[in-house]
Ligand binder design. Sequence first.
Ligand SMILES: [Zn+2]
Length: 384
Amino acid sequence: MRFSEVIGQQSVKERLRASIRENRVAHTQLFLGPEGAGAFPLAIAFAQYLNCTHKQDGDSCGTCPSCVKYQKFAHPDLHFIFPTTTNEKVKKHPASELFQEEWLDFVQKKEGYITESEWYEKLGVGNKQGAIYARDANEIVRLIGFKPYEAAYKVVVIFQAEKLNASASNKLLKSFEEPPGHTLLILVAERYELIIPTVRSRAQLVKIPKLKDEAVMDALQKKFSTELTPEKMAEIAATSQGNWNLALQLTEETDDSKYNFLKFREWMRLCFRGNDYLSLHSLIQELSRLGREKQKRFLKYGLQVMHNSLLVNGGQNIATVAGADEKDYLRKFAPFVNEANRKAMYALLNEAVYHVERNAHPGILFADLSFKLSALMRLGKQQK
Ligand SMILES: [Zn+2]
């Protein structure tokens, strides 16, 4: 990553540039900042700049042999250590070394803006907490024992340094204190108080503040100008609390709500008609491919439609619905949700959310749901 690809943080970038310009790069540094502020991308941009052979205008060139590899987070002198835990693939003795492929894919897809919980999601371990173990510490000691392969500096980035367990920390104290001259160790962390004191006292602190709203707004404009209105982007920037990961999540939810409305309407129409199997089959396939989180939001949207239908039937206002076409749809759909079927429809959708969370086969789940909902819609029609 180049500094220009890192959102905002101008004064941190300037401080990092100055440390190189003035030849006072500390060998062990702690990049400390809240989630979504960019501590990890800043660490990468700093290391890339340090190793770039054609630095220009205070940034790395992005095109020299070193930069080309750094841009992909894959340089033979760039190493990553991060929390791990057992999962489907690694059933015992987890260590960073065993997850390099997953890690690289993760960091590339997230363009450097990574969070600990997203990493666990990638590992498929839900909320299970990981750690950085003594064997990871041994690996760090081994790595920095070698001279750089081709770059000026061998760089080791330790993501979530809070997760260094006690024995790992102890093994690393000497390395943190006096790493070999060709080494840069960057610890990335969110919570200072959770890092073992003997570790944090050995690292030079680089404090990274949360992003300013304007910086989030700028980044949203660069990425979503064709998809989101300026008003929506301003709203997201204001509610993101300076957290780019949260801002991205909010844009996805915005995308979702329109999608959910259109697809739910289509789904219910196909269930109701009950004779266009081909279209229903292709919609089921599409829903099956959405991914677990989106499927959950889609089903929860369905629950919301059920709830709103009851409000419409009771002659009440539905304030939560934004679009006119959505209101119009609800007015037409609501009469079919009535005494004959409402409880069963609620229960079905709720149960589906439960099963999606537990990795049910999505194709079977949506097919089964479609047939049951079709039957219930017919009951509702008779009652209407
Ligand atoms: Zn370069």
